[in-house]
Write a protein that binds this ligand. Sequence first.
Ligand code: PMP
Length: 410
Amino acid sequence: LFSELPRYQIDSVFALIADYIADTHPEKVSLGPGVYRDDQGAPWPLNVVEKVEKQLFEKNDAGRHEYLTIAGDGTFLELARDLCFGFGEGTPEEEKLKLKIASVQTISGTGANHMGALFLSKYLKPARVWISDPTWMNHHTIWELQGVERRTYPYYHAEKRAFDFEGMMATLEEQAEKNDVILLHACAHNPTGLDPTKEQWKAIADLCERKGLFPFFDSAYQGFASGNLTEDSWSVQYFLRNKPNMEMCLAQSFSKNFGLYGQRVGAFHLVSNEPSSELRESIKVNLCHLIRGEYSMAPRGGSTIVKTVLLDEQLKKEWQNDLTIMSDRIKVMRKALYDELQRLGTPGTWEHLVTQIGMFSYTGLTAAQCHALRGKHHVYMLDSGRASITGLTSENVVYVARAFDDVVRN
Ligand code: PMP
């Protein structure tokens, strides 16, 4: 019955991880998966998360394993929404904006992207979705599964090793049509680590408005990219406040910024163009209808941790401190790799290693060079040349730089 099944190659990062695990070389280095590692190369539960976990354990709340509602934990959802849309002052303008946003809890960022794609494919019925080239591979899978035509817009200018703003704008200007969905990375673009400037974001917002495109923000790195929560959601907040008639949505993940990868904490927010509690409720009910048929409700454990932190000013400060620890370590490693390549006089320009932001660097190494890195030096990164900077440590960075130097020269 099933002998004719297609042979899918699930995201190549998983094959890379398996090869890395199987490698017995003592100096092997993993620059593959997008997970934070400390300077010893170990997983790092955030200090604030460990503290809250202890508190919750001691509380011994008998309801801690109960079901959530279909929409999810209401307090968590409000806090999550306030975080990405930058609410906090409680002004009448803010309250009005909140009326436009329907939020539901999801199975992390992936689930939020999926619920968004599912909802939009049913109710917006876009002729196509525009995805950056390159992007997080799962964007393609998620939209392919909804049967929506996928088109790509240029994002990376290989020669300049820069964001291809002109290419993106020209393609969308010429080819995108009303109601098309346009997927945008809110910050720390995966895999390139290159984001539009504020002026470029403004132009992108104008283009979406003028052409009637539907912006779909994917926010997986708020606070993780620059260490600053407001800065990392500038694009989202700009769109919301400056394009009052534009409808849009946002997929929010707490995997990276809380280090809660396996807990699957996320939210999907749909912004309508009417500040109406009735419309908001109707959107929410429709999202809940889809959720009920898919996974009934999101898990409780991780979202309780996030909620506890965001509810408490002191814990929130401690969280910010943890975010700074992570984002600073990544910046230090970027610089260390850059300095070492300079010292070695490695051919080519390497400034992009320090100017790109977030977890990833698009190194510019070719697929052949990445193969050589693996085969000769036991340094594992994707063939696209994407390196997860968090795999670098004070101990292995010189080794990695020498390996880069070798594959570039030979
Ligand atoms: N979007 C992007 C761009 C990502 O890089 C990731 C994580 N790799 C996600 C969404 C979602 O990850 P998760 O499902 O773990 O929240």
